[in-house]
Write a protein of this length. Sequence first.
Length: 404
Amino acid sequence: MSDSLSDRGLPLTTRGALVLAAFATALAFSIILPNLPSRIAAVSGLDDPATISRHTGLMAAAYTAAIFVSAPFLGRISDGWGRRPVLVLGLAGFSASLMLFELAGNLLFLYTARALAGVSAAAITPVALATVGDWSPDDGWRARRFAWIGAATMIGFMVGPLLGSTLSILSSKQAQLEAGAPLFWPIVLALVSACVIARTVPVTRSEPSSPANTIGLRGTDEPRTSQSLLVLAAIVAGSVAAFDVHLALRGNLGSSTSGLTIGLMLAECSAVMLLAQILVFSPLVPSKATRWLIAPALGMLSLALALASAATTAPALALGVGAIAMAAGVAAPIITYWTSLIAGEHQGEDLGRWIAVTSLGQAVGSAAAGLLLSHGLSNVMFAVASALALAGMIIAAWLAKQLA
């Protein structure tokens, strides 16, 4: 079976289950984010916008910090023990965390649910990508299947805010139950994908002699190059996370109209990122040439963040959302692809580090945005994010020459 899969890649059923797992994870995250301020207020009884802002940022940070702590360890376990058990346990734990979030009656349980969700998510997306990397017959196949998982994630981020905004509109618990609790769907999808993965993901990995699994850097300092990719991943993730928290808190907290508007903007962000990723990994762009796109994407991100800080109307903000999403949608998947391409046999560990630093960037970006916005310092938040993106552009320009 190993020789056959090495030539053809993973079966369609297995790929579908991995895509479904990534979709469920993103769907749940983006359902919760627009609703988080009102959920915190309902559970805690708080009505001070500044306090709710701090908890929103810190709760988002708890999720991503949990991924940062656990992802490298879980990736290493999947390298040694196999992808299947890690994926199945991660999906089961993720479903349990969503149930706990629905039933939580105080802030402690909300924080616990988000931390458990983070640990579980660390066992899903990076290990799913590592599974694809294990069985990639060639670089083009890897790029396209990474694009599928990335597209599923983006679609989850698009659909989630629209479902999540119904929690703001449906004020009573009975109304939510009659409409169908939005978190029911990612729970079911995660459990379904876990069952399929348990039956279809190969127990053994592709032989390391497969050309797609032994690509290294030629004539470069590989550790330094790998570390540079991680730095860029953190910069992109932190900038986008800070902007997402800014969107979630924009307008009047608890306003149904504001919640729906923000949900639509978050959906717009995901739609643009999806389009960008499809274009980047289309047959029109050779997979090896994508390294040259990282620097201009980060330059665009820096400019878009600077312009978004001056947006005072909904159309201007929507334009800023689109520009930021386009830049991140180009840079982020390319960074992930090259991280996998140079990982060799250690797909789980290296992609675990990738998701860890990405989550660290998200945690820092979310927490910093919550704290700065609670003190009315939105301009400072945008200035710092824009400066970091500009620094990332310089690093990416050097990196493109090293990824030969």
